[in-house]
Design a protein around this ligand. Structure first.
Ligand code: ADP
Length: 392
């Protein structure tokens, strides 16, 4: 009986053992499987985290605004590329205070205001010496759940370009008002003098009326030039590109200005070779040549000479030049003659009915064709204006 019971017990134990072993192996396999899955999951999570971090960093660095993040001790924790460029930083400034890193005591003031007020918007900062940059900063304190300060974030907007545009606009309005007011007050003065008795002297009356006519002409040119500039800038004048042969274009300008040149006994010479053809707007090319030749007559010397020439600059552009043998442009004015309303010789420009806009129109038109314009001048020897236009 005992052996049978022993055998049965052994069988039962064996069965139990195998059953447990199977359960154990199954559980082990499951565990290994799960651990493997966990490791995979962990790896996936790490990848997702790294991807999110890379995206955040890319976003942070692609921002136009400069961003500076300070930790609870007000030391730099993070800066983006825009901020590094704005301040010309080339080393790592993390861990430093703002004063150590940027050396601007105004930022210390800003930080203490943020500490006191929680947020400061529209803080203006000028950076002298760094192209006179104008910055606007929005700063916010970072607080934890209990409202304890954890640092602050400062966002820097570069307003330099906007301010420059605003200055240019204000300057332009001031210049236009001045240019309009000058001939108008002259006209008014002469009309009043005529009314007060000058009309009774035919010689004086004629002289005054001629002067009035000259000033009304100046006003008309000014309005025309202003309209041209405004249409060019707003893109209302669309360049009607076609093949323009330069020699006949220059010949037309010479014919149009012949009588004006004759008044000063200036000799105009068209030296443009045959068959130089550019791809341009024919009317605008004529306008450029007209303004340059007109200036050469106005500011050249009496009985002087003006030459119009052209050559192939490289395989892609024609270089056209208008040269005179007049008194030239002083070196301190040469870089400014293409600015609106800039005149190297104010008295002469006014006397000649100049608007101060001729060369800015030239520059605009040439650049709209993808060309360049520049000037060379020798005092007492003469001036040459050059411009390039694309060949067909
Ligand atoms: P403006 O209406 O006064 O002629 P522009 O824009 O055409 O205006 O020219 C700007 C200034 O450049 C002129 O006032 C003049 O002082 C100078 N300038 C232009 N062309 C010549 C030239 N050929 N020789 C000397 N000075 C010139």
């Amino acid at each position: 009986m005992w052996p049978v019971l022993t055998i049965l017990a052994c069988l039962g134990f064996g069965a139990l053992h195998f059953w447990w072993k199977r359960r154990y192996d199954e559980a082990r396999e499951k565990l290994i499987d799960q651990t493997g899955q966990n490791a995979g999951l962990q790896e996936q999570q790490q990848h997702a985290l790294a991807r999110a971090q890379a995206q955040q960093l890319a976003l942070f660095n692609s921002m136009v605004e400069g961003v500076l993040l300070l930790d609870g001790n007000e030391r730099v924790q993070l800066v983006n590329q825009a901020l590094e460029q704005l301040f010309g930083l080339n080393g790592d400034i993390r861990g430093r205070t703002m004063m150590e890193a940027l050396r601007l005591h105004e930022l210390q003031e800003l930080a203490s205001r943020v500490r006191a007020e929680g947020q400061v918007l529209g803080f203006e900062l000028e950076l002298p010496g760094m192209d006179d940059r104008s910055l606007q900063i929005n700063a916010t304190a970072l607080l934890d759940r209990d409202g304890k300060p954890q640092g602050m974030i400062l966002v820097f907007h570069d307003l330099t370009r906007l301010k420059q545009l605003e200055n240019t606009r204000q300057e332009f309005v001031a210049n236009v008002s001045h240019e309009l007011r000058t001939p108008l007050s002259m006209i008014k003065g002469y009309v009043e003098t005529l009314i007060n008795g000058a009309k009774d002297d035919p010689n004086v009356a004629m002289r005054f009326l001629q002067t009035i006519e000259k000033h009304t002409d100046r006003l008309t040119y000014l309005i025309e030039d202003l309209l041209t500039i405004s249409r060019l800038e707003s893109g209302q004048i669309v360049m009607n590109l076609q093949q323009v042969e330069l020699r006949p274009a220059a010949e037309d300008v010479v014919n149009d200005l012949q009588s004006r040149a004759g008044d000063k006994r200036v000799h105009l010479e068209n030296q443009v070779p045959q068959n130089v053809t550019v791809r341009a707007d024919a009317d605008r090319v004529q306008q450029v040549l007209f303004n340059l030749v007109d200036n050469a007559i106005k500011y050249g010397r009496p009985e002087g000479r003006v030459w119009i020439s052209a050559r192939l600059a490289d395989g892609q552009f024609a270089e056209i030049s208008v040269r005179d043998n007049g008194p030239g442009i002083p070196p301190d004015s040469i870089d400014r003659v293409f600015e609106r309303f800039y005149r190297a010789d104010k008295a002469r420009s006014r006397e000649q009915g100049g608007t101060g806009l001729g060369l800015s129109i030239v520059k605009h038109i040439v650049q709209s064709h993808g060309g360049e314009v520049w000037v060379e001048s020798d005092l007492g020897q003469g001036t040459t204006f050059f411009f390039t236009l694309p060949l067909t």
